[in-house]
Design a protein around this ligand. Sequence first.
Ligand code: ADE
Ligand code: ZN
Length: 360
Amino acid sequence: MTRTKHNAKELAKVLSFARFLIWCVLHLHIEGTLDAELLLQLAKKYKVKLKWKTVAQIRAAYQFSSLDEFLALYYQGCNVLRDYDDFYTLTLRYLTRAARANVRHVEMFVDPQTHTNRGIELAMVIEAMADAALEAQRQFGMTTLLIPCLLRDHPIESGMDTVESILDIRQRDKRFKNWIVALGLDSSEANYPPKLFKRHFQRAKEAGLLLTAHAGEEGPPAYIRQAMKVLGVNRLDHAKRCLEDRKLVAELRRTQMPITNCPWSSLRLGVVNKLADYRLDTFLDEGLCSSIHTDDPAYFGAYEWQTLEACVETFGLTMDDLFQLSINSIVGSFASKARKIELKAEAYAGAARGFQHIQL
Ligand code: ADE
Ligand code: ZN
């Protein structure tokens, strides 16, 4: 399908329709929501010396030319996340913001090793996030799930210990049994192929977790295949580079493997030089189960709405495209069948209101 760039009037119309749609967030690192204000506040609390003194200085410093360059700063930021209140505040702050963008369901990534390596107790981190999630459900009727991720550039054995800790926490407290829904894989991708984590993912699957992995963000299409064939993932994160391999695209279409695209993140990490090069329109035209996400919104300077706006503008997304992206975010989620039915009903009702609105 050929899409043309919207003129100002069309753009305003599509965006006002978009305001009525609902979204599921499927690719969001909770540590990547640590905004400059909260970073300064927590640095003060713990007397951590930062290179920057103001919000403006921090924002100006967030310029990256690669995933690894970003990760260095991201892990440094994590150092101010220490106690229950920090994780509770971080989580509720993000969920509150997401609720304002019509997000109705959030699946949050957390990186356990980033915290346990500093002597922070994983159970405390999860408890704080769960309490914040409960508050978001109470205030906004928003549902959440948690996806702990293994850091692929950390020792294999540390990954295995992390899987066991997650399973132990999940078993010990019945609140977490279904809430901790999946295992993920993230951090530096180059030279860390998914197959290194075959045992970890097998163990998690046997214990009843679903599986997802970052693959094809910077890494080659072969890493996407490995995530599917060796790890047996239920969903793919990024998978941007699948477009380099026709056969892979055909398989992703046939299987309707959910893909969590993060176009703005890829722009900010230098994976693409301009947003148009991300080719989100191709993902849609190929009939892939693609949805749009923010990854680390505080670091990349775009939350849900800004990301959507940029994509509508750059790719000339239509109202049909937006509705499809909204539905894909529901279909691709790890929510229960019953919750997916509720979300779909909300999506259809929202779209109907949106159409009525733009007719006026
Ligand atoms: N951890 C946080 N953000 C990430 C990203 N974009 N890719 C891999 N690991 C991450
Ligand atoms: Zn990510």
